[in-house]
Design a protein around this ligand. Sequence first.
Ligand SMILES: NC(=O)C1=CN([C@@H]2O[C@H](COP(=O)(O)OP(=O)(O)OC[C@H]3O[C@@H](n4cnc5c(N)ncnc54)[C@H](OP(=O)(O)O)[C@@H]3O)[C@@H](O)[C@H]2O)C=CC1
Ligand SMILES: N[C@@H](CC=O)C(=O)O
Length: 385
Amino acid sequence: MERHREMKNIPIILMGCGGVGRQLLQHIVHCRTLHANMGIHLRVVGVCDSKTVLVTPDVLSTEFDDALLINICKTKSDRLSLEKCVNSGKCEASPYSEFRRKLTDIAARLGFVLVDCSASSETIEVITQTVKLGCCTVLANKKPLTGPMEEFDQLFLQTRRIRHESTVGAGLPVIASLNRIISSGDEVTSIVGSLSGTLGYVMSEVENGKPFSEVVKAAKDLGYTEPDPRDDLSGMDVARKGLILARLLGQRIDMNTIKIESLYPDKMGPGTMTLEDFLANGLPLLDNDIKERVKKASSDGKVLRYVCILQNSTCVIGIHEVPKDSALGRLKGSDNVVEICSRCYEPPNPLVIQGAGAGNDTTAAGVLADIIDLQDQFPFTNTGK
Ligand SMILES: NC(=O)C1=CN([C@@H]2O[C@H](COP(=O)(O)OP(=O)(O)OC[C@H]3O[C@@H](n4cnc5c(N)ncnc54)[C@H](OP(=O)(O)O)[C@@H]3O)[C@@H](O)[C@H]2O)C=CC1
Ligand SMILES: N[C@@H](CC=O)C(=O)O
């Protein structure tokens, strides 16, 4: 029997074609049948990186076909320019300087989901502009949510059109769970967690006797770290997650109110050392100190974990010695754990969310689920079979 089904076409423009962005495009291609059965078609009409913007010639009627999407992934993973894809499908390339104008032009004609898989602090303006024009946004990038409070407020004026699950805990349902608790009037009293896949992995590997410098490089190769792993080691990446959670709880705070412990000295920072120099020469200088801290903790039956504590309107971030048999102490690899205490989830029985907290696959899966979650913002466009 023929089943007629209403379909939704959801146009997508992707910013950032690195590990997460490429994986997202692959997930979109692999999920075609699943999404078709759900009555959804994800129509990618634009992709950009830091230098080039690719868009379809007519965003109202054309889209990147799957062969082009796969070619974009291959081109970027071979570290070539997106311009190389122009001959392999229906698309036009422009320099990044035209990006903002192009996107706002498109947004005036077509509602789309602007997906931010970059690690840039410069995307906030175009996100806010297009959302104002009626578009939706999905973020893996934490920076647009962790700038000045006014930027956050501006963006969240359109809260129904914003999803950002992957900004905390990668694909884990941390934001969704917290939003449900908040919207039910259940007052959150604390959130304690190991929120960095990189630092979780690093701490559990140094515990096994491996040198700090080696495991940081391994975390980078596994796709857990930020583009510059110092963003993880400085605690900034965790601080951004802490700030996002705090702001969701209604705290009107900025990054400068968060107490952060860095795992490297200022003199090894991005302002003074190149990334290459840091990885080759800076990191090994930190091995001994971490080894000694691991040894000391172990002599007390404890292990080191990099922890974020949100309590009494403060956010504190740094290394703690925790019992080996605690929820934090048992963490392995890149897993995150988040414990939320509230009236309904009173200590010692918090709501616990645990699982893979970094990696391109799980992060891109979180982004894709967010896109699908926005389907109600898009009309039925045709009747398919
Ligand atoms: N990896 C993980 O486990 C997780 C990552 N995230 C977040 O996902 C985001 C992406 O991470 P990842 O894929 O690992 O990062 P990558 O460094 O692999 O990729 C970043 C991409 O963004 C592009 N880019 C840089 N600046 C801009 C800009 N101004 N406009 C558009 N694109 C730009 C880069 O372009 P070019 O190729 O030209 O350099 C690159 O393609 C980050 O914000 C990260 O914090 C969140 C949760 C988990
Ligand atoms: N670098 C981050 C990636 C996810 O946000 C981490 O290690 O957790």
